[in-house]
Design a protein around this ligand. Structure first.
Ligand SMILES: *Cc1c(COP(=O)(O)O)cnc(C)c1O
Length: 362
């Protein structure tokens, strides 16, 4: 094995199925006549923007990307020269030149940012708040904006939902009404309201451009059920480092949180707190190995967990075997159910030291 091989082999594996992400994009895009962008902030929700954004750009109709900040935008620009890139978090004075030079489009969130971009001639988006009170122009600032003179090339107006994953919630319609009023005053700009869950509120909400993030990757924003055609696009696999035989009464891990109730066989896996997604394994969590579900026992360590493989169905399990931590058998839904975490936190909490493996059929 070469040093380069070792560098790629140092840890557990994160498999990302680019083909599934492409299929998920096409499913979302097919819900509407609007164009569909891709939100790839937070390193594409933990899965790797550098591989995912080009896959979408080259293999789907997607040519518009949203990121959170300028760092992400500059990285994305270096790999996708031809894409339209918007930055959600707004414009800061020190950054104006970089936006202009790199052809990155800021989304302006308050009147000061309007001043910074005035007379620049390059496009911008404007975020109007419709109730979430996070980013964007307040009602008062919106009114002042429409009563003032400015010289801006606005190509996108957007707003963001409070709880689009709850289809019957009255706030969705209230936000829609408010967004339509603003949107009407900037008829030449494209309008964008829908995150992933918003897309499933129906055509009245779609406008010109959809902005899904989590569902591209197969996560569920909190809808009662994952919609048809949206599939979890990733899998985490750990390796068995060692197998131990325990006598009755021996304990496993820090603070002896688990004690063998019988003669037991325990496998030690190479993922822990530092790899994320496992913050819940002190409680009730499971892995999948050799066709069966095994239970995590004892407290999670920085770099390891232990599983109970005492049952005879695990007799063939040996050192170096791979174990599914998250995937088609241990789904995000199952992990979320056993924890207080939602899919957003589980995905963005995926650690950075996985050996990332991407597949795309030729
Ligand atoms: C993160 C984000 C999105 C994407 O949201 P998902 O729920 O992941 O689809 C869309 N718009 C804005 C403003 C965001 O911050």
């Amino acid at each position: 094995m070469t040093v380069a091989d070792v560098l790629n082999d140092a840890s557990a594996q994160l498999h990302v199925d680019l083909e599934t992400i492409i299929d998920n994009y096409n499913t979302l895009n097919a819900q509407s006549n609007a164009a569909c962008a891709a939100v790839v902030k937070a390193d594409a929700y933990g899965l790797g923007m550098e591989k995912i954004a080009p896959a979408l750009f080259h293999h789907t109709e997607c040519n518009t990307f949203f990121v959170a900040n300028l760092v992400e935008a500059v990285k994305l620009r270096s790999i996708l020269k031809g894409a339209k890139i918007y930055v959600f978090n707004g414009l800061f004075e020190d950054h104006v030149d970089i936006y202009l030079k790199q052809n990155i489009t800021p989304i302006l969130n308050d009147p000061n940012q309007i001043q910074l971009w005035n007379n620049k001639n390059q496009p911008c988006g404007i975020h109007f708040d419709t109730g979430i009170n996070r980013l964007g122009f307040s009602d008062k600032q919106t009114e002042e904006f429409f009563n003032s003179k400015h010289n801006l090339n606005i190509d996108l107006v957007l707003s963001h939902f409070i709880q689009s994953e709850i289809p019957n919630h009255p706030s969705n319609e209230i936000q829609l009404d408010q967004f339509m009023r603003v949107r009407y005053q900037l008829p030449n700009a494209k309008a964008s309201l829908c995150n992933s869950a918003g897309i499933y509120l129906g055509e009245d909400y779609h406008f010109d451009l959809l902005r899904p993030g989590i569902m591209l990757y197969g996560g569920n924003p909190g809808l009662p059920k994952r919609p048809v055609g949206i599939t979890q696009a990733f899998e985490i696999k750990a390796k068995i480092l060692q197998i131990r035989e325990l006598e009755v009464g021996m304990s496993v891990g820090y603070n002896s949180l688990w004690t063998a109730p019988e003669k037991s066989r325990i496998a030690i896996l190479n993922v822990g707190y530092a790899d994320g997604t496992l913050k819940t394994s002190d409680r009730n969590s499971f892995v999948y190995i050799d066709g069966h579900i095994a239970k995590v026992v004892g407290k999670t360590s920085m770099d390891m967990i232990a599983i109970d493989i005492t049952d005879a169905k695990f007799d063939k399990v040996t050192v170096n075997n791979f174990v599914e931590i998250l995937g088609s058998n241990i789904t995000l839904e199952m992990v979320a159910e056993n924890s207080t975490l939602g899919h957003y936190e589980l995905m963005t909490g995926i650690g950075r030291r996985y050996n990332k493996i991407y597949n795309l059929r030729a």
